[in-house]
Design a protein around this ligand. Structure first.
Ligand SMILES: Cc1ncc(C[n+]2csc(CCOP(=O)(O)OP(=O)(O)O)c2C)c(N)n1
Ligand SMILES: [Mg+2]
Length: 439
């Protein structure tokens, strides 16, 4: 069986299992196929919903539904339980996955420290979620358009965003593609089909759905949109708008939830009471859904391949929930030991860590070389440190530019504000580090 057929088979199995779960209190099966076989008088044909009538009152409890199962390929020891699910990736691809995960992890450690030293203003790490990024990005095509939240730097690593581009952005210097207009880690790259990240949560979600709708209208479309968001962001109103528009307009978008258990200090059990974000997909919004172990790079990869094929073939959305754990603090403005135990973090940072799992898989395959790993990390460290020194020295863009880049022609009120700032800076030249800015 080809890999894709296997994956579709997998999705079918999940959907079938779901249908069984929908039998409530052993009475009524709610599958669409069953409806058509019922006589008309036993069947409610309302415009808002079509379902069988029953004479027994059912108060449906959340517990009546079993949770959506978590698709996993590799266990924590790096063994593949069902060989038919091994994506059979070449050594070259697996090594790229491993190196990209290591690069991200190493760069994160140094940039996090550089913020603590006051070199950059802010930083967010990706620890514990490396497999969700790399596994999903590897299953996509470059023409697929990405909308990120802020904790998906690995997707950019996979696509070829360079160390100097990451670090120049964090320094907001003249080589930053965003020209210093954003906080650190708010990357964007037109070349890599990655829409610039914005800080207000969930704004990317309706935008992504709109972009997918536009793609669908293009004749011969062969690209999809992937929208990454956190389980916390899924509580925003914009998330509902996105899910519902995606479902009703049938847009080829993968709504990729990184469920890492926390929204800053709010744990997911204070965020929702349903079955995660996957639980909202099939019944809540009528959207096909996949739930995977986000610490297993192969599970994410297989599921994402199947998801991409589904959204393009059916021209419909798909909810993708990758379960993982945010190993690092939320950002440099957070100390997560104030709301969770060091022991809990340690489990996810060792045996459950996605990099350790992939490493064990490579060991079994005879593809792992400890010296090579050490050398690779050393080399990345050297490159990152060298780049920090270089990025630090570069000038910031001309401060006048902060008013530019939104409108093709600057509106009157912005022209006025720019002039006002010019007068202000002229009057207080000595109070500003003007030598650090382009003239
Ligand atoms: C509209 C809005 N509200 C609040 C915030 C502050 N904020 C930034 S990140 C965050 C938590 C988001 O958690 P989640 O979506 O789970 O992503 P994670 O940080 O876990 O990756 C909050 C509340 C914001 N940026 N925008
Ligand atoms: Mg979260």
């Amino acid at each position: 069986m080809s890999f894709l057929r296997k994956s579709v088979h997998l999705m079918g199995a999940v959907v079938r299992q779901q249908k069984h779960l929908k039998v409530i209190a052993g009475t009524i099966s709610t599958t669409a196929r069953d409806y058509s076989s019922k006589p008309a008088n036993e069947f409610g044909n309302f415009p808002g919903a079509k379902a069988p009538f029953v004479s027994k009152l059912n108060l449906i409890q959340p517990e009546d539904y079993a949770p959506i199962p978590i698709y996993r390929v590799m266990d924590r020891d790096g063994y593949i339980a069902d060989e038919s699910q091994d994506p059979q990736l070449s050594r070259e691809v697996v090594e790229k996955m491993f190196r990209d995960m290591l690069l991200l992890n190493t760069m994160d450690k140094i940039l996090y420290e550089s913020q603590r030293q006051g070199r950059i203003s802010f930083y967010m790490t990706n620890f514990g979620e490396e497999a969700s990024h790399i596994g999903s990005a590897a299953a996509l095509e470059m023409r697929d358009l990405i909308y990120g939240q802020y904790r998906e730097a690995g997707v950019l690593v996979w696509r070829g965003f360079r160390i100097d581009q990451f670090i120049d952005q964090c320094y907001g210097n003249t080589d930053d593609l965003g020209r210093g207009k954003q906080m650190p880690v708010h990357y964007g790259s037109r070349e890599l089909n990655f829409v610039t990240i914005s800080s207000p949560l969930s704004t990317q979600m309706p935008q992504a759905v709109g972009a997918a709708y536009a793609m669908k209208l293009k004749p011969g479309n062969d690209a999809c949109v992937v929208c990454y968001f956190g389980e916390g962001a899924a509580s925003e109103g914009d998330a509902h708008a996105a899910f519902n528009f995606a479902a009703t307009l049938e847009c080829p978008v993968i709504l990729f939830c990184r469920n890492n258990g926390f929204a800053i200090s709010t744990p997911s059990n204070e965020q929702y009471r349903g079955d995660g974000i996957a639980g909202r997909g099939p019944m809540g919004y009528g959207i096909a859904t996949i739930r995977v172990d986000g610490t297993d790079v192969f599970a994410v990869y297989n599921a994402m391949k199947a998801a991409r094929e589904y959204v393009l073939k059916e021209n419909k959305p798909l909810v993708f929930e990758a379960l993982a754990y945010r190993v690092g603090h939320h950002s440099t403005s957070d100390d997560s030991t104030a709301y969770r135990s060091a022991e809990e973090i340690e489990v996810w940072n060792s045996v459950e860590h996605p990099i350790s799992k992939l490493k064990r898989y490579m060991v079994h395959k005879g593809w792992f070389d400890e010296t090579e790993e050490t050398e690779f990390i050393k080399d990345v460290r050297k490159k990152v440190l060298k780049q920090i020194a270089a990025s630090e020295k570069k000038l910031k863009p001309n401060w006048r530019e902060m008013f530019e880049g939104v409108y093709a022609e600057m509106p009157e009120h912005l022209v006025e504000q720019q002039k006002e700032l010019e007068r202000h800076i002229e009057a207080h030249k000595d109070s500003y580090p003007l030598k650090n800015f382009e003239k």
